[in-house]
Every structure is written in structure tokens, then in C-alpha cells.
Ligand binder design. Structure first.
Ligand SMILES: Nc1nc2c(ncn2[C@@H]2O[C@H](COP(=O)(O)OP(=O)(O)OP(=O)(O)O)[C@@H](O)[C@H]2O)c(=O)[nH]1
Ligand SMILES: [Mg+2]
Length: 383
């Protein structure tokens, strides 16, 4: 649906990827242009008839929309098309629900789902309120039911938040703080599927789950990364270890409930001393993806953290698009930041990346005056 929105994706490629990740198989893609969304159906009724005929012909079990539908539009479309209708937000929530593994991750997704449902109820509720017509008029049984549902969901949200607080206190924060105490910390950030986990694995020789699907990673993993003497320019500093964290990827229009629920996970990036911003250089949409990552970084208060930009997957680039040098400066929101070209898969460029990290770490460290040069104990930790 093209309303001249900045993010209209005429190929629906990302929506198809999201659908596949959720376990669905896309059978057809339809786009159309309109000046404004139809209040009742979102699309015109002629278009809706066309979609219905195609869905019947291909035996499609459900219809997905790339833009957010209002609760009313969703209901009307389901009736009109005679099958379930979901939008992008619901699809992302569904993937997070399927992918969450840790207790904390599951609670975060549950919270996001409840928040999503509650905003829908609130909207329906205010709509009914208008219908009852002005001050003093109390509504009928429908209104009471919604009030009840709303209270129940409100209670469930409160309970989930409390459980989440408890889990966080008990586990991750303490462990991560311990892991990070004194250590210079680097967080991998980037659009989903950019190759963060693959890069994490090849840098620290770990085995974090990496896969060609969106949101393969939901939980944060932290490991020590040893930067050896040879990574430093001669005489600058002895070898030492820093902590490296792999975490959830970003995507455009991340549902608001999810940003809220994953705030603790996402905002770890804000506590890092340095961000490794991983970009899928082989994806034609990488400039938009970089913008989106920057937008989320601003939202979680991590915009001021220094960055090294990593252009990944250079093994996939055709010869004419291959970079002329191994590293250069990249303009990010008007500021030059170091950029390194790598393939996390083949290992190309990783030595340059390690050297760049070592240089950044020693520059930032002396600025920060942390003074925690790696001890023998640190080295033992890595071995
Ligand atoms: N050809 C090629 N593929 C890569 C490279 N790096 C990662 N991949 C592939 O890209 C896909 C996504 O990699 P991940 O490491 O899971 O990406 P991620 O950024 O952690 O993704 P999420 O956790 O889902 O946000 C996987 O199929 C990887 O094998 C690379 O340098 N070259
Ligand atoms: Mg990952």
C-alpha cells in the first residue's frame, strides 16, 4: 500500500522474510497506490475483491499487510477476505514469541503482547465512549465488558512487569556487570540479519546462534575478546581483553510495545564504551537500515556512544562493488567514523578490524583513564 510513506517497500521483500521466519510461505504479493487509507478496509473494496479472488485461487491461508491496521480495519478485512488478516506488527510479535528462549525473553515478549492488546482495547473503548454521546451517559454491557478486560489486562501487565523486574535483578544484570567490571565493553548493534552473531562468533570463537532469519538473536551474550599484542601498533599497549556483547537486531517499525519490553536489553548498547555497528553491505537497502539503526540508537539513549562501522558480507559483492581499501572513514549523521570492510563468514578483513578495535580501545581508554590494563588473570580467563 503506497500512501507516499517514506518506507514503502514495493517488493515486499522484508515482509516476505518476516513471514518465512514466522514459518509461513508467501504465495503472492500485491501492492497498490492510494491517496489515503480507506477508513473501513484500509484498501479500496475493489482491491479487496481482487485479493480475495487471488487468495482463493492460490489457497492462501491468511493475508499479511506491511502497514499497521486499526483494530476495526483488521476485523472488516477478515470479514471481507474470509480469512485471518495480520499486519507487520503482529508478525514481529509472533516471531519474537516463537524465538524467545530465556525466561527473561519470554516475559519480555509476553509484556509486549499484552501492551499491544491493551492499546487495541483502549482504542475500541474510546470509540464506544464517543458513541454513548457526551457527559454523564453510561454505556451498556459492551462497555462493562471492555472495562473488565481492560482491568484484567492491566493487572496482567503489572504482574508480568514485576516478574520481569525480579528475573532481571536475580540474573543478567549482576552477571553482566560482573563480566564487565573494569573491562572495556563493546556492543554489536545493527539491523536484523546483518551478521552480528556470525561476526561475534568469529571474533571470540563462540557458538552463538546465527541463521538466515530475522531476529535469530533475542538474548544478549557476552564474551571476553582478547586483543593480542600484535593487534596493537608497536609499543602502544600490551595485549588485553575487552568484553564483547551480541544482542537483538533492529528493524524498521519495531512495535512500540517491543521497544518498551526490550528496553533493558536494547539499552545495554547505551552502557557500552564502543559500538560495533554491523551493516549488511550486500543488502541494497543498507542505507535505510543504517538510518533505522541510528534512529533506534537515539531512542534508547545510545546515540552518543562512539562507533566503528563494519561493512559485512563483502564476499557477496560483485567485483565492481568491492571496496578499494580495507578500511576508511564513513560519514554517519555528518560525522566521520572509522569503517572496516569484512566478511564474517570467510574471515576477510577481520585482522584489520581487530587492529582498528585495538586502536579505538587504547585511544578511548586513555581518554577515560580507566587504567585497567589486562592482567595475567585476564589472560587466563580467555584461555
Ligand atoms: N555470505 C555471507 N553471509 C554472512 C556473512 N555474515 C553473516 N552471514 C549470513 O547472514 C545470515 C545472518 O547472520 P547472523 O549472524 O545470524 O545475523 P544477525 O545480525 O546476528 O541477525 P539477528 O540475530 O537475526 O538480528 C546468516 O545466514 C549468516 O550465515 C558474511 O560475511 N558473508
Ligand atoms: Mg544474531
Amino acid at each position: 500500500m503506497d500512501f507516499g510513506l517514506p518506507h514503502f517497500d514495493s517488493t515486499l521483500g522484508e515482509l516476505a522474510e518476516l513471514a518465512r521466519t514466522a514459518g509461513l510461505e508467501p504465495v503472492a504479493r500485491i501492492t497498490c497506490k492510494r491517496k489515503a487509507p480507506d477508513a473501513k478496509l484500509f484498501i479500496g473494496s475493489g482491491k479487496a475483491d481482487e485479493i480475495k479472488a487471488l487468495a482463493e485461487e492460490l489457497g492462501a491461508a491468511e493475508v499479511l499487510f506491511d502497514q499497521s491496521l486499526s483494530p476495526g480495519q483488521q476485523r472488516n478485512l477478515e470479514k471481507h477476505l474470509d480469512r485471518p488478516v495480520n499486519d507487520r506488527t503482529l508478525l514481529i510479535l509472533e516471531i519474537f514469541a516463537q524465538r524467545a528462549r530465556s525466561h527473561e525473553g519470554k516475559l519480555q515478549v509476553e509484556l509486549a503482547r499484552l501492551q499491544y492488546v491493551s492499546t487495541r482495547l483502549v482504542r475500541r473503548w474510546s470509540h464506544l465512549e464517543r458513541q454513548t454521546g457526551g457527559a454523564g451517559v453510561r454505556g451498556g454491557p459492551g462497555e462493562k465488558q471492555i472495562e473488565l478486560d481492560r482491568r484484567m489486562i492491566g493487572d496482567a501487565i503489572k504482574r508480568t512487569k514485576e516478574r520481569l523486574e525480579k528475573v532481571k535483578k536475580q540474573r543478567n544484570t549482576q552477571r553482566r556487570q560482573r563480566e564487565r567490571r573494569g573491562a572495556f565493553s563493546i556492543s554489536l548493534v545493527g539491523y536484523t540479519n546483518a551478521g552480528k552473531s556470525t561476526l561475534f562468533n568469529s571474533l571470540v570463537k563462540a557458538r552463538a546462534y546465527a541463521a538466515n532469519q530475522l531476529f535469530a538473536t533475542l538474548d544478549t551474550t557476552t564474551r571476553q575478546l582478547f586483543l593480542a599484542d600484535e593487534d596493537y601498533e608497536q609499543g602502544v599497549a600490551p595485549g588485553r581483553s575487552v568484553s564483547l556483547s551480541d544482542t537483538v537486531g533492529f528493524i524498521r517499525d519495531l512495535p512500540h510495545g517491543l521497544i518498551d519490553a526490550f528496553h533493558a536489553t536494547l539499552s545495554e548498547a547505551a552502557d557500552a564504551d564502543l559500538l560495533l555497528h554491523v551493516v549488511d553491505a550486500a543488502n541494497p537497502n543498507f542505507p535505510e537500515q543504517v538510518d533505522e539503526v541510528q534512529r533506534v540508537l537515539h531512542e534508547i539513549g545510545a546515540a552518543e556512544v562512539p562507533q566503528v562501522v563494519v561493512f559485512n558480507k563483502i564476499d557477496l559483492l560483485p567485483p565492481e562493488r568491492r571496496p578499494a581499501s580495507e578500511s576508511d572513514m564513513f560519514e554517519l549523521e555528518g560525522h566521520p567514523v572509522p569503517r572496516v570492510f569484512v566478511s564474517a563468514q570467510t574471515g576477510e578483513g577481520l585482522a584489520v578490524l581487530r587492529r582498528t578495535l585495538a586502536r579505538e580501545v587504547s585511544a578511548r581508554e586513555s581518554a577515560r583513564d580507566l587504567g585497567t590494563i589486562a592482567s595475567e588473570a585476564d589472560r587466563e580467563l580467555i584461555e
